[in-house]
Write a protein that binds this ligand. Sequence first.
Ligand code: GLV
Length: 314
Amino acid sequence: MNMKKNINLLYYWDAEGYKSWQKIFSEKAPEIKVFNKDNCIEDDIDVALVWLPPEGFLKKFQNLKGVINLGQGVDHLLKPGVVPDKLPIIRLVDEDMSKQMAGWVSLQILRETCFLNDYLEQQKNKIWKTVNFIPGNNWTIGILGIGAIGSHVAKSLTNFGYKIKGWSKNKKNIQSVECYSGKEELHKMLEDCNILVCLLPLTGETKHIICKETLSLLPKGSTIINAGRGGHVNETDLLEMINKGHIKNAYLDVFETEPLPEDHSFWEHKSVYVWPHVSAQTNTLTSIDQIVNAARCITDGLEAPNQINRSNGY
Ligand code: GLV
């Protein structure tokens, strides 16, 4: 008989998510009991499955052996005092999230390359007229961050015939994608991109990578798409470069402060498209197996797949 060890897991995020995770754990791994902060015995918790836990919160769970992130980006867990120093942190790497991201990024790119914004305006005035036609291979799309998600997005965009360039910290080799790395090569890549997509992890090195200096290197009339983290973009610089006419449009899913404050000028700017951090959402069905495996590895003292390296920041 295969006796699986009982594990007590703390879920920390929204009430609705708590119910769906409890249900899926009970179906897939009934030996893992799911609690929330209000119904658990703190000392009995082995593993935590979390999104945005406040500083100091996880310290209360004296017997916690590891933390599983409910998403792919772990920057929020690496802030001082959020996850006690010695605990392993595991991030999700789910193909379904990469597919969602490819869909979301393609949607924003196609809006530009098919001139959707102009055609929507024309429809309001019943105008039947070709706005412009720029063939696919005249568009160069630059992707900052070509790891698990970015490389999937890059490959899927090749189907539209665009020229795809990708930049990462360490040089990558991806079929049909011109790969760049390092600061100098970043500058070289930017000079050719009509559309720049950011899918990087947020670290000390990538904070404000999209700023006046880098935006000025893009050709006039370029568009920015950010689905990495708000901290990648210097929002003041971006607004200035849009208002000057150097940047045409910005499609943003993430912001320095979330939810985006009501008085933020992005809300009403005609060239900024605001999305409420929804470009790739955690899918319980496709991620449960790796979460169960991570919980088992953590409680068995083994290294789980996708354990992050705290000094790299991802
Ligand atoms: C979402 O933002 C994630 O990091 O998965």
